[in-house]
Design a protein around this ligand. Structure first.
Ligand SMILES: Nc1ncnc2c1ncn2[C@@H]1O[C@H](COP(=O)(O)OP(=O)(O)O)[C@@H](O)[C@H]1O
Ligand SMILES: [Mg+2]
Length: 212
């Protein structure tokens, strides 16, 4: 069986995940690589339906436990029907958010137990984890400013307090510090071109390590 690669892009809202994902996918495709871009929550038909429930501001009364299980239900479907088949087919999968968002948002943001989160996440993913996770770090004030500039309305999660996002940011920083081999911390306030170059450098390095 061929074996592809799986890279995930993480960080608080407005940190530049989607922007860099598109730039990186374009650059990889220009090199003739077979690349699949996807996102969480979502990426599969059933998972996109779950996404609607998760982000709808109408569901402001959602309990943390419900939220966790919906994210994981969406992930279980996404991994089995989209991500794993693509990786097994030799593709390079780029995913906008993945398991680190669970640890940062439901763990550090909502206060759910991290040990429990790791265990249920593992059940949802069936053990599939990214080759490398890129975390874009920006101050919460910059996140708020970028979101305000976009002029888009806030979804249920985006409507949380600045303190919530401070906790989430701290969670991401802790995760990166604890696992620097697998999690690359990037300064999301750097120039777009510089960041794209850094990400591509890391991705190409991963390919070289596989060949050697
Ligand atoms: N490195 C950067 N420098 C300046 N602006 C950026 C940078 N990265 C992203 N932006 C801008 O910030 C906004 C949010 O970026 P986006 O990629 O949508 O973030 P995310 O997907 O993480 O929420 C967009 O308007 C984007 O153009
Ligand atoms: Mg985005």
């Amino acid at each position: 069986m061929k074996h592809g690669h799986f890279f995930t892009f993480e960080g608080i809202d407005g940190c530049g995940k989607s922007t860099q994902l598109i730039r990186v996918a374009k650059a990889l495709k220009a090199e003739g690589m077979n690349c699949l871009v996807t996102r969480e929550p979502g990426g599969a038909v059933i998972s996109e339906k779950i996404r609607e429930i998760l982000i709808s501001p109408e569901n402001a009364g959602m309990c943390s436990e419900t939220e966790l299980l919906l994210y994981l239900a969406a992930r279980a479907q996404h991994v089995r029907t989209i991500i794993k088949p693509a990786v097994d087919d030799g593709k390079i999968v780029l995913c906008d958010r993945f398991e680190q968002a669970t640890f940062a948002y439901q763990g550090h943001g909502r206060g759910l137990d991290l040990g429990l989160l790791r265990s249920v996440n593992n059940f949802a993913t069936g053990g599939l984890s990214p080759d490398i996770t890129f975390i874009f770090d920006i101050p919460v004030e910059l996140s708020i400013a970028r979101l305000a500039e976009s002029g888009k309305g806030k979804d249920r999660i985006e409507s949380e307090s600045p303190q919530f996002f401070e906790n989430v940011r701290k969670g991401y920083l802790e995760a990166a510090a604890a696992n620097p081999e697998k999690i690359k911390l990037l300064d999301g306030s750097k120039e777009l071109d510089k960041l794209t170059e850094e990400i591509l450098g890391t991705i190409f390095n991963t390919f070289v390590n596989v060949i050697l």
